[in-house]
Design a protein around this ligand. Structure first.
Ligand code: BES
Ligand code: ZN
Ligand code: ZN
Length: 486
């Protein structure tokens, strides 16, 4: 799909479908007379996501006019517009329309709104059906979307459009990686994807193989990997600004478990196929780095993505094993299904060694966070209020919902063992918090935020604005954090 920014004369514009955004009670001057009967009958209520299609509206050259209900006027912010634009494109795609124009004019024509709308439209085009062989599948795809802004709109809008395209494309790159089945996307394949992304956008990249990890002493990660025939890979992507405007060095760490069977502490068969998305955090970090390489913030950013497959087998790690992590801390494994925190422990230590001064990790880490927050918000944990504040304001801007969870010292008691420095699980209660507490032990006093996106990284049922499958969350928050850094 092609997305363009245009500055047309709206009434004379020839297009297959012209989308007008209308909040409740609003009537566009062009529509008030020709559609008066509809307004009077209350059929154009302006309710959020109400789409009404008209053919041949008097006074407009467009073949179809789509009135897109945008809800209460006061509530129409950039994240709401992103959803609305995406839903409108997906609605028209379902009708077989190939060429669409969305009018973003009047008070809506701001830079923040345009970036969000552009992002929404790019993201709307994506479908999780790459491996379907039916050539008919692409029949329902929109080929061109034009976003129409006022003729006199300034060049800040061109920059906003560019930003929206970059973020939308990065989200789709993340979703392309995360949607792959686990037989295709092995740790080696995930590393190859990261290398391809890096080469395309000019990031430096390095992949640590198993031998190198052994030399370094990444015993926590290697213990998880040892049960699989697929070797692990640790991806390092680096962005360095040409003219740094800020001190410090951001480190983004993403869980890359390409499939999580649970290992010897094996998971139930039902729903196990979903554990192919246990690398969604890593995929979000790779996509974020792609956007960062193109948007060029003033701060250095390093991404560390540990990739492994968690399998049972004669070589697999056992409950009772004690491993030595890269940090030197020993860990008693009580449940091999709590593998994410083990690979992240070594990745966090490694990111610190690479000089990162502020860390954010993202991981589909616990079922407990899904119980706590459902599919709406990601859980956020921290050892540093200042970094948390930056993360939360970046999230507010992105529309990716985050909820601050507790990390009190009491949770540490659950991880005590007499046999090693720490054990890898706590009790049944507060599982997302003990998992975060485990990671905190490796972040030590480096400012750190942990994001548990187990509930938000995958959409089980399509929404009007988003296809079923990977969501890319929290890619946009990562990008905003780097772009807003001072
Ligand atoms: N990858 C899972 C967490 C998960 C669960 C992600 C549901 C997405 C949806 C993680 O590795 C895991 O298995 N965690 C265990 C930890 C437990 C053994 C302490 C869990 O949450 O049950
Ligand atoms: Zn697990
Ligand atoms: Zn896992």
């Amino acid at each position: 799909m092609q997305v363009r920014l245009t500055r047309p004369e709206i009434s004379a514009l020839e297009t297959d479908a012209l989308i007008f955004v209308e909040t409740e009670g609003q009537k566009r001057p062009e529509l008030a007379t020709p559609l008066s009967a509809f307004y009077e009958a209350g059929e154009l209520s302006g309710k959020m996501l109400e789409f009404t299609v008209f053919h041949g509206v008097t006074g407009l050259a467009a073949r179809r006019v789509v009135v897109a209900g945008a809800g209460k006027p006061g509530k129409l912010d950039a994240p709401a517009l992103r959803k609305l634009a995406a839903a409108a494109v997906r609605f028209l795609k379902g009708k077989g329309v190939k060429e669409v124009t969305l009018a973003l004019d009047g008070p809506l024509a701001t830079a923040a709104n345009l970036a969000a709308v552009t992002e929404g439209v790019v993201v709307a085009a994506w479908e999780p059906d790459k491996l379907k062989t039916d050539p008919e599948k692409s029949k329902g795809s929109v080929e061109t979307v034009s976003i129409a802004i006022p003729a006199d709109a300034g060049s800040d809008l061109d920059a906003a459009f560019e930003r929206g395209c970059i973020i939308g494309e990065a989200l789709n790159v993340t979703r392309d990686i995360a949607v792959e089945p686990p037989n295709v996307l092995t740790p080696t394949a995930m590393a190859a994807r990261a290398v391809a992304v890096a080469n395309e956008c000019g990031l430096s990249v390095e992949v640590l193989n198993q031998d190198r990890m052994r030399q370094l002493g990444m015993g926590a990660l290697l213990g998880v990997a040892q049960g699989s025939a697929e070797p692990p890979a640790m991806i390092i992507l680096q962005y360095k600004p040409e003219n740094p405007t800020a001190e410090g060095h951001l480190g983004f760490v993403g869980k890359g478990v390409t499939f999580d069977t649970g290992g010897i502490s094996i998971k139930p068969a039902e729903g196990m196929e979903k554990m192919k998305y246990d690398m969604a955090g890593g995929a979000a970090v790779i996509g974020a780095m792609r956007a960062i390489a193109k948007l060029k913030p003033g701060i250095a950013v390093t991404a560390v993505v540990p990739c492994v497959e968690n399998m049972p087998g004669s070589k697999a790690q056992r409950p009772g094993d004690i491993v030595t992590s890269l940090s030197g801390k020993t860990i008693e494994i009580l449940n091999t299904d709590a593998e994410g925190r083990l690979i992240l422990a070594d990745a966090i230590t490694y990111a610190k060694r690479l000089g990162c001064t502020h860390l954010v990790d993202v991981a589909t880490l616990t079922g407990a966070i899904v119980v706590a927050l459902g599919p709406t918000s990601s859980g956020v944990f921290t050892n540093n209020e200042e970094l948390l504040g930056k993360w939360m304001s970046a999230a507010k801007e992105s529309g990716e919902k985050m909820w601050h969870m507790p990390l009190d010292d009491e949770y540490r008691d659950q991880l005590k063992t007499v046999y090693a420095d720490i054990q890898n699980i706590g009790t049944r209660w507060g599982g997302a918090c003990t998992a975060a507490m485990f990671l905190k032990e490796f972040a030590e006093d480096t400012p750190w935020v942990h994001v548990d996106n187990a509930g938000t990284a995958w959409l089980d049922d399509a929404k009007p604005f988003l296809a079923k499958g990977p969501t890319g969350i929290p890619l946009v928050t990562f990008v905003n954090l780097a772009m807003n850094w001072k």
